[in-house]
Design a protein around this ligand. Structure first.
Ligand SMILES: *Cc1c(COP(=O)(O)O)cnc(C)c1O
Length: 340
């Protein structure tokens, strides 16, 4: 048995999801003719109480489209230094939108209105005009941490006062929603655009959505086309997204519970120095300084437990819908038996 904790992107579509996909009605989505894509976009827009949504191949594309439609050159965006849009999207902020980036040092990836306000550039020809603020919720590199709604509201208010656009990288927004006390509609109200991923914890094989106003999504459609993201009979994949939104949101709580259980058990393992607090479905453990991380990851791999390096002495475990209680028990059992 291989138990894959590397990421919540490793899930495979279930039988039920595959059956649902195979029965989709499809059409040419570049002509706007695919009924299943249109249905998915409607569901997503309604969920966040926005006017429209656009189905895209990846979260990188939805984020990069959002950055492009909200800005022009010369300009600057503000985000946390751990942001996916900055660290893991290949330099797309500069490549696609020609912007400068102001990085803030937040708390596990979370920034505050107070921090942002200090970094808005004055209207002065020396500085690129600040145009956009991007938040990430949950924060991937912030160990799955999530925002509280009060801070988001403060940031949103500041952005409106200062005439800045506000985008949410919500690749894992549903992990934040099931763990906190806010709803998708409350989130939708505070942001101009929201990017969500269907292929992370929700278990679809592919797909992300950009959600926003009719005007913004119309602009996004043009950018998606020129990036080569216009797809044809893509309703089969959109169907997976509909299935995921209908069936796999509330169960994210189970992933969070399993990550916490694993954390508790790993605290007693003698080669683990520290276990970080678990916010959602991401668990980070720090190994003893004298150990070689690649060796440990290799040893875990040999006993069927796949993990990923997170930092110099840190290993990441991500729980997801293909990790069962039985797999969790087995993981704990074999990890406790490892001799180093
Ligand atoms: C995974 C992820 C994305 C998008 O990734 P793709 O692989 O391009 O779909 C964006 N933001 C965050 C925080 C992510 O974890």
């Amino acid at each position: 048995m291989t138990i894959d904790f590397r990421s919540d992107t490793v899930t495979r579509p279930s039988k039920e999801m595959l059956n649902y996909m195979m029965e989709a009605n499809v059409g040419d989505d570049v002509f706007g003719d695919d009924p299943t894509v249109n249905e998915l976009q409607d569901i997503a827009a309604k969920l966040f109480n926005k006017e429209a949504a656009l189905f895209c191949p990846s979260g990188t594309m939805t984020n990069q489209i959002a950055i492009k439609i909200h800005t022009n050159t010369p300009g600057e965006l503000i985000c946390d230094e751990l942001s996916h849009i900055y660290k893991y999207e290949g330099g797309g902020i500069a490549f696609n939108s020609g912007l400068a980036t102001k990085l803030l040092k937040g708390d596990k990836g979370r920034i505050t209105a107070e921090m942002i306000e200090k970094e808005i550039n004055p209207n002065d020809i020396y500085f690129p005009p600040t145009q956009l603020v991007c938040l990430e919720n949950t924060c991937n590199k912030g160990e799955g941490s999530y925002y509280n709604l009060e801070e988001i509201k403060k940031i949103s208010l500041l952005c409106r006062e200062k005439k800045l656009k506000l985008h949410l990288d919500g690749a894992r927004i549903f992990n934040a929603i099931v763990e906190s006390n806010y709803t998708a509609q409350e989130i939708g109200k505070e942001f101009d655009t929201i990017s969500i991923c269907l292929s992370k914890g929700l278990g679809a094989p592919i797909g992300s959505l950009l959600i926003g106003s009719n005007d913004d999504i119309k602009k996004a459609l043009r950018i998606r086309k020129l990036l080569g993201g216009g797809m044809r009979q893509v309703g089969y994949l959109a169907a997976a997204g509909i299935f995921a939104l209908n069936n796999n949101v509330t169960r994210l709580k189970d992933d969070h519970k399993r990550a916490k259980t694993l954390a508790e058990e790993l605290k007693n393992v003698n080669w683990i120095k520290a276990v970080s607090p678990v916010y959602t479905n991401i668990l980070i453990v720090e190994i003893l300084p004298e150990l070689d991380i690649n060796n440990i990851i290799q040893k875990l791999n040999e006993i069927g437990v796949k993990t990923a390096a997170f930092g110099p002495q840190q290993i990441r475990f991500v729980t997801h819908l293909d990790i069962t209680d039985e797999m969790l028990e087995r993981t704990i059992e074999v990890i406790k038996k490892i001799k180093l």
